[in-house]
Ligand binder design. Structure first.
Ligand code: NAD
Length: 479
């Protein structure tokens, strides 16, 4: 099946008839073609968005909310179809797509459909000066949303939903590696009554289609999630054009385990925070630091549990770990395992590719635990973004805090302890946009989401996202 662009409410082939192979990672086979859209396709999308903007930005909040919630309901009604499509495109277990990715994409629309009805602006009375100021929160106009392959529909809609709720028209591009569910979303938007041109989805490579979105003079804001190097490139292009930018980038998150934690809960969650979605979540805790007194016990228990994880075809209900997203990504992750060994790391389990019977060309890799001697090695400093974690012991709070912060990234951190004062001290000092204590990836969509340092600029989530997708204008009236 060929994927098409969704422009002005219609499904269209790319003007230059240029296509990209779309792979099923579970079998290694090409199963569809994706447009590699040119500047002209992006231009058509921008023109459609521009002509839809005056009406959409003046559509009542109630009506916008109603349409977004309808999209959410249609996604839920089509849960099975979307979950299977996401799994086939990405390699993740269908069970995961069905319980996390698609429900969350639906929640994104429902959440921002509701949030916009509660979004208010400020007023400031200038006492003694006979004046009052009020703030208008006006939609920006046309905005660009660019997303990665790891949580395809989940992250795509995390941008689109607030952008639309705030009254913008959107030109969006999903990852060329996982375009399918974004394609299917177009149909649902039409059925839900989203007016044509309000959302436009153009497919293609980052360097062609993505670049054309970032460079387009009428696209006034870019919300981007992806790799740090891509984020830096986008910032270089967009900054001199004075575009508003939100950059959600890579991570190398510490998972810090103290001896006084609830051990079983920590162990269970640490397996998940290490290997969920084949370790391809920007929030995965890929650097595990364990207090010395429980290090040997943790090492034995963790390795036992990791060895029990079933790597298999994403359709099998008992699969915990599906296929990695692509052949190049599999090769990248494998190369890091080699680097880890060369640096003196000890592979405690995993490390090898797996041939799944009947799907021998799929991109399967054993979940891998590497014991490292120092936190300064490359496998502890660079983002691997696969089913590979490192473990090492620590002696003191000061020591582990220093190691946790000694990376370029600062997206999230997980802390396992029941010591209240230590929790407060460390949460204050960890260089991260999100700190989870005694849990992982528990999300409340109202909370700010984003990173510090090389993990990005800006915050998504709740009213932060609605603020990003609007321009504040102060009106000062003297009476
Ligand atoms: P990527 O940077 O290669 O691609 C992300 C998106 O950007 C894709 O749609 C791609 O086509 C597009 N793109 C690439 N070059 C572009 C250019 N020159 N102009 C415009 N668009 C361009 O990232 P990826 O490999 O798809 O995703 C993995 C990365 O995403 C990891 O680093 C991961 O940590 C990060 N990530 C971050 C978060 C977060 O919330 N911080 C969430 C998920 C993933």
């Amino acid at each position: 099946m060929n994927i098409k662009n969704y422009i002005n409410g219609k499904f269209e082939n790319p003007i230059e008839n240029n296509w990209i192979d779309n792979y099923n990672p579970a079998s290694g086979e090409v199963y569809s073609q994706t447009p590699n859209s040119s500047k002209e396709d992006v231009e058509n999308a921008a023109v459609a968005a521009k002509s839809a903007f005056p009406k959409w930005s003046n559509t009542t909040l109630e009506e916008r909310s109603r349409i977004l919630i309808k999209i959410s309901e249609f996604l839920e009604e089509n849960l099975q179809q979307f979950a299977e499509a996401e799994s086939k495109d990405n390699g993740k277990p269908v069970s995961l797509a069905k319980t996390v990715d698609i429900p969350r994409a639906a929640s994104n629309f429902r959440f921002f459909g509701n949030a916009i009805t509660q979004f208010a602006s400020e007023s400031h009375e200038s006492v003694g000066q006979n004046a009052i100021n009020y703030t208008l929160r006006q939609p920006i106009g046309i905005v660009g949303c660019i997303s990665p392959w790891n949580l395809p529909l989940y992250l795509f809609t995390w941008k689109i939903a607030p952008a639309l709720a705030a009254g913008n028209c959107v030109v969006a591009k999903p990852s060329e590696v996982t375009p399918m569910t974004a394609y299917l979303l177009g149909e649902i938007c039409n059925d839900a009554g989203l007016p044509k041109g309000v959302l436009n989805i153009v497919h293609g490579l980052g360097t062609t289609t993505g670049q054309a979105i970032v460079e387009h003079p009428d696209i006034k804001a870019i919300s981007f999630t992806g790799g740090t190097a891509t984020g830096a490139h986008i910032a270089r292009v967009a900054a001199p054009m004075f575009k508003k930018l939100s950059l959600e980038l890579g991570g190398k998150n510490p998972n810090i385990i103290f001896a006084d934690c609830d051990y079983q809960e920590m162990l269970k969650t640490t397996v998940r925070s290490s290997f969920a979605n084949q370790g391809q979540i920007c929030l995965c805790g890929s650097r595990i630091f364990i207090e010395q007194s429980i290090y040997e016990k943790f090492k034995a228990d963790f390795v036992t549990k990791v060895k029990q994880l079933k790597v298999g075809h994403p359709n099998s209900p008992d699969t915990s770990i599906g296929a990695l997203v692509s052949k190049p990504h599999l090769e990248k992750v494998k190369s890091f395992i080699e680097i880890g060994k060369q640096e003196g790391g000890k592979v405690l389990c995993g490390g090898k590719e797996i041939k799944v019977k009947g799907f021998e060309n799929g991109y399967y890799l054993e979940p891998t635990v590497i014991e490292v001697q120092t936190d300064e090695c490359r496998v502890n400093q660079e983002e691997i973004f696969g089913p590979v974690v490192t473990i090492m012991p620590f002696e003191t709070e000061e020591e582990v805090l220093e190691m946790a912060n000694k990376v370029n990234y600062g997206l999230s951190a997980t802390l396992w302890t029941n010591h209240l004062k230590r929790t407060m001290r460390m949460s204050n000092q960890l260089q991260a946009g999100i700190v989870w204590v005694n849990t992982w990836m528990m999300r409340d969509l109202r909370t700010p989401f984003g990173g510090v340092k090389a993990s990005g600029v800006g915050r998504e989530g709740g009213f932060e996202a609605l603020r990003f997708f609007t321009e504040a204008k102060n009106v000062c009236i003297k009476y």
